[in-house]
Design a protein around this ligand. Structure first.
Ligand code: SAH
Ligand code: SF4
Ligand code: F3S
Length: 458
């Protein structure tokens, strides 16, 4: 039996792709290993959303070179950097054996056989026509030990946000037929998964035979599925039908990630986001009318080319006004071939120290809001889906509320059980408490997971 180590960078799409890679390699008798040191095959599943993500990939490659020298391990680079920068990788990193794009996951066994047999470097980054593209199906056995799992419902992105590399690395949108999505949800329940998150770069524009709202409602009806989530949504596709789904289906969890990117209409226009701040707020108001306690999170880019102090103040004010449950804020990073990178000289770069100062102010504000919102849960009893033991203290349990808040608690509820937890304290990032009760019979008692894949969010 040979061993494979896959180092995953980036978003939920990559996390899921890693699982599919692992399954494809299982057919060649490769078994996953949690460390690179004893691997025969090392794959980096890369992300190029920001420069930092690429830098992390390069430094990881440097470390894995030793394993190649010592054990003769093969090294492959997949994911978004591979798709966009195949030539640069091959030129700069002579010890990389193969490079493959996100569309080539099913071909991995064939690629590795070619590298092994012919001792050549293989590159496989061609796009598959959308009509011919087949989404790899998940093997439920990969999800044993987990209460919650991702299901890919679409790939690619047809938007043209001027800062974003994703349309270049993932190609055009292709939706997965809804019957496949429902089948995958049902198959996951056979190993004990009770919560699924439907993932894609732009799930609201799903076109897999039914609308995205219908897909959520149908997924919620799959026997054994207790909770449904999704990510990520573009605000301009947030339909009334989707909002209505939140009103009628309690199994759709009370969390909505709705990236706004900026609070300034001028910046949004240059970002090509196709909505104004007022339109964004109007959608949000409707959503909150349908599900008053919904937790809204967002992504924000600070220091986009031409962003003035006044533009940034508007982002700051929007954060105050919406009172996001959380936000992922990033300093703008120019990406190859994107509209904003080409226009940066014309629009004007924001100096690095100004970007950092703005980011720090925004993070401080968000932290204060998150602390206040989380503190409001103290004294309440909340329902938590148990995912395992706490990462900070293995004697405690860990799970998430409907609002996607992390809860660490004292108790004995098994993975996959819904537990009621009395909240006793709160920080900006987590709640803590004691188990009050747990369902008497969880559907399947799930063993604790053994191999946790390494994921770097950059
Ligand atoms: N499809 C999602 C975004 C996926 S990328 C959407 O449309 O909302 C995740 C986040 O990375 C984005 O929301 C954005 O905030 C950030 N991001 C993307 N490109 C970036 C860049 N060039 N510099 C800094 N942050 C970026
Ligand atoms: Fe990138 Fe915009 Fe597509 Fe999101 S919607 S993946 S930000 S191009
Ligand atoms: Fe995801 Fe990064 Fe690619 S965010 S789609 S892995 S560029």
């Amino acid at each position: 039996m040979k061993r494979v180590f896959i180092h995953t960078f980036g978003c939920q799409m990559n996390v899921n792709d890693t699982m599919r890679m692992s399954e494809a390699l299982g057919s060649m008798a490769y078994t996953p290993t949690p460390t690179a040191d004893n691997a025969d095959l090392i794959i980096l599943n890369t992300c190029s959303i920001r420069e930092k993500a690429e830098d992390k990939m390069l430094s990881a490659l440097g470390r894995y070179r030793q394993v190649k020298l010592q054990r003769g391990a093969l090294i492959g680079v997949g994911g978004c950097v591979a798709q966009q920068e195949k030539n640069r990788i091959l030129e700069r990193v002579p010890y990389v054996d193969f490079v493959f794009g996100p569309d080539a996951i099913a071909k991995l066994p064939e690629i590795i056989q070619r590298v092994d047999a012919d001792r050549v470097r293989v590159v496989e980054t061609a796009w598959v026509d959308s009509e011919r593209y087949v989404f790899p199906s998940a093997d439920p056995n990969t999800s044993r030990g987990k209460a919650t799992e991702f299901i890919t419902v679409m790939k690619g992105c047809d938007n043209v946000c001027s800062f974003c590399v994703v349309p270049h690395t993932r190609g055009r949108e292709v939706s997965r037929p809804f019957t496949e999505v429902l089948k995958e949800a049902a198959s996951l329940t056979t190993v004990g998964v009770r919560e699924v998150t439907l993932v894609g770069q732009n799930v609201n524009s799903y076109l897999g035979g039914i609308s995205f709202a219908q897909l959520l409602l149908r997924t919620a009806q799959v026997p054994g599925i207790e909770r449904v989530r999704f990510t990520t949504s573009h605000p301009h596709d947030l339909s009334d039908e989707l909002i209505e789904a939140f009103r009628v289906e309690p199994k759709i969890m009370g969390h909505f990630h709705l990236p706004v990117q900026s609070g300034s209409n001028e910046v949004l226009k240059r970002m090509r986001r196709t909505y104004t701040v007022a339109e964004y707020l109007e959608r949000l108001e409707k959503l909150r009318a349908a599900r008053p306690d919904i937790a809204v999170t967002t992504d924000i880019i600070v220091g986009f080319p031409g962003e003035t102090d006044a533009d940034f103040e508007q982002t700051f004010e929007l954060t105050e006004q919406v009172r996001y449950a959380g936000q992922f804020s990033f300093v703008y990073s120019p990406r190859p071939k994107t509209g904003a990178a080409m226009k940066e000289a014309e629009w004007g770069s924001v100096p690095h120290e100004v970007k950092i100062a703005r980011l720090e102010r925004l993070n401080t504000l968000q932290k204060r809001i998150s602390v206040e919102l989380n503190a409001a849960s103290v004294g309440q009893t909340v329902e938590v889906l148990v995912e395992g033991s706490s990462k900070t203290d293995a004697s405690r349990r860990f799970g998430r509320t409907s609002h996607n808040r992390t809860v660490n608690f004292d108790g004995d509820a098994p993975i996959g059980a819904l537990a009621l937890v009395h909240i006793e304290h709160a920080s900006a990032s987590a709640l803590g408490g004691k188990q009050v009760s747990v369902e008497s019979l969880p559907a399947i008692v799930i063993p604790e997971a053994v191999v946790a894949p390494e994921v770097c969010v950059a």
